[in-house]
Design a protein around this ligand. Sequence first.
Ligand code: ADP
Ligand code: ADP
Ligand code: ZN
Length: 216
Amino acid sequence: MRLIILAPPGGGKGTQASRLSDQYNIPQVETGKILRQAVQEGSQLGKDAKSYMSSGNLVPDEIMIEIIRNRFAEADCQAGFILDGFPRTLQQARALDKLLDEQEVELDAVIYLNVPVAVIQERLSRRRVCSDCGATYHLDTKPPGQTGICDSCQGELIQRSDDREEAIEQRLKQYSSKTEPLLEFYQDKGVLLEIDGAQSISRVESAIDTALTESQ
Ligand code: ADP
Ligand code: ADP
Ligand code: ZN
């Protein structure tokens, strides 16, 4: 299975991608997580990406394409993957096409979670993430068993620095100007599956499963 999950920030990409990754036994390639780890480690990539991320802007395409090229070279991506957070611009989408062509493989589907802005703002402001393993929670819709503590690793739950008002606004702007054009791009290729992403987590799960089955 070669999948992309596309949604506005906070639309539920990570939540659904991690489940699909288990279900299909394919790696979840999460560019936001790769970048956050680089920032934490203080590597050159982290230094280059940090200011873009904290202001809610996109990291330059060349950097992102290089990350994906390297990640695809790893053995676990040979049998498939789910891309979570990439591509986010037309230039990234075209570069991805080229990488897939080189490997003579094709995308199975682009799962698009359609979520209205009002819902997104609520989701982002109530999101909490594990500072150790990156697992994602929501104060109301997906609370941890114990307040402030990660269910899977007991790490401390924190709010992402870009999940605050000013950065959220900028991320939404970037999404509508740079990422939304991808909907037409993938629609034209006939691989776009549109899902109502404003439903509960379990309903979104079953809607994705139905759409994937019907598309095969
Ligand atoms: P969200 O899950 O809220 O959509 P991500 O964790 O995917 O956010 O991404 C966090 C930040 O990392 C983005 O706001 C952006 O700065 C950067 N980023 C992640 N993926 C990409 C990408 N494909 N292109 C450019 N920037 C990216
Ligand atoms: P993304 O990766 O697109 O930024 P997340 O998967 O991190 O989105 O989800 C954003 C927030 O909304 C998280 O707090 C998550 O627990 C919560 N969430 C995800 N999907 C749903 C849903 N269908 N209904 C309610 N809350 C959700
Ligand atoms: Zn954890």
